[in-house]
Write a protein that binds this ligand. Structure first.
Ligand SMILES: *Cc1c(COP(=O)(O)O)cnc(C)c1O
Length: 383
């Protein structure tokens, strides 16, 4: 077997890093308690607002996305508070576990893997639990590749005293998401998805309604207490030593995002997703998600194929890393991400590698069929 391999990362985090961003890191670090760094922090927080499509302030933590999720939970909830969690997969389940760890009374809306939550069930659950302080959901449930209807959920939550917290870690920047218009109070994001950065930064935007709840909460967190981040926010002072190099990279990547625009990013991800789905259909494979997101495509492993081996062949023998299924979906699905620093030829590469890996398992597939179908979409630019 050849040891020479060019590597492609087609996973729903971490994602590939643009060369300009990699180069921005290769410098000596500035100190974080300097006027220059304060300016940088203030500037990136402002420039993130159009990417988030929000007017609310955005706070950054040196943590992975889960750290930002936990900051929302620990800052909002007091022990005994009721929290509604939508559990449609591994990440929804993470909300359940985090809220339980915060001592909340957790009401779970369980959604079958591969399905989207019915917004009406959120309305019904809110009626049954009028004491609810917060509703926690995903925008894109990355473990199943499903997108949730946040606009409708937001409409229901807005009629109550509860706040809506959305884990948009994988979905932000990949399709339309309008937190202010949709009454989302807290948006959680991470650096290693559509933002095209290495892991290590978590973000939260916080609405005035959420701040009221946070200020009234009997907070037990220290590092994850959002009030600490609010304190120096105006002046660009971070409460701890921030992941300095990541802010420098963020500053660089924001220039790319501003050039493309967030609407341009949505269009690109829609186009890449459409091409991937066309390729999957042409290979006779089935999508796993009832409402597939544009960040990634989850595919059911067909009968006669070893899903774990498929992912391993693509990664170790062909150099293309995709994601398998997590938890109970292990071996049952695989997930090809088209998220972040991805262009048309990355999608074609991913589909070609998939065809080859299927062929190596003697699965009946006509080489080139998936690629051809995708290429017919990708021959035109995003519309
Ligand atoms: C990636 C991801 C996370 C987890 O983020 P970490 O950075 O691994 O902590 C949480 N939620 C969703 C929807 C994700 O896609």
């Amino acid at each position: 077997m050849s040891t020479f391999k060019k590597r492609y990362l087609l996973t729903p985090g971490p994602t590939m890093i643009p060369p300009a961003v990699v180069e921005a890191r290769a410098k000596q670090l500035p100190h974080h308690r300097t006027p220059q760094f304060y300016e940088l922090i203030k500037s990136v927080h402002e420039r993130l607002k159009p990417f988030f499509c929000t007017k609310n302030d955005i706070y950054s933590l040196s943590a992975s996305g889960s750290g930002a999720m936990e900051a929302a939970v620990m800052s909002l909830l007091s022990p005994g508070d009721t929290a509604i969690c939508i559990d449609g997969g591994k990440f929804g389940h993470r909300w359940v576990e985090m809220c339980a760890a915060a001592g909340a009374n957790v009401v779970t809306i369980k959604v079958e893997n591969g399905h989207a939550v019915d917004p009406q069930s959120v309305a019904t659950t809110l009626q049954q639990h009028p004491e609810t302080k917060a509703v926690f959901t995903q925008f894109v449930e990355t473990s199943t590749g499903v997108i949730f209807d946040i606009k409708s959920i937001g409409g229901h939550v807005a009629k109550t005293n509860a706040v809506l917290v959305v884990d948009a870690i994988s979905g932000l920047g990949t399709q339309e998401f309008l937190p202010d218009a949709w009454d989302v109070d807290i948006v959680v994001a991470g650096s290693q998805k559509a933002l095209m950065l290495p892991p290590g930064l978590g973000f939260v935007s916080v609405s005035p309604k959420a701040w009221k709840l946070i200020d009234a909460a009997k907070n037990r967190a220290f590092y994850l207490d959002l009030r600490r981040y609010r304190k120096g926010h105006e002046s660009g002072e971070h409460p701890f030593t921030p992941a300095i190099s990541l802010y420098i990279e963020l500053n660089e990547v924001l220039t790319m995002i501003e050039q493309e625009t967030v609407e341009g990013m949505w269009k690109r991800h829609a186009w890449l997703a459409e091409a991937t789905r066309a390729g999957i259909a042409a290979l006779g494979l089935k999508l796993f998600a009832e409402q597939p997101a544009n960040a990634l495509t989850a595919v059911a492993v067909p009968n006669g194929v070893d899903g774990g081996k498929l992912v391993k062949t693509m990664r170790d023998d062909l150099g293309v890393t995709i994601a398998g299924g997590q938890a109970e979906l292990k071996g049952k699905i695989f997930r090809i991400a088209h998220l972040g620093y991805i262009d048309r030829f990355d999608v074609l590469t991913g589909l070609a590698a998939l065809e080859m890996a299927l062929k190596r398992q003697h699965y009946s597939v006509e080489i080139g069929r998936g690629v051809t179908a995708a290429e017919k979409v990708l021959v035109n630019d995003p519309q």
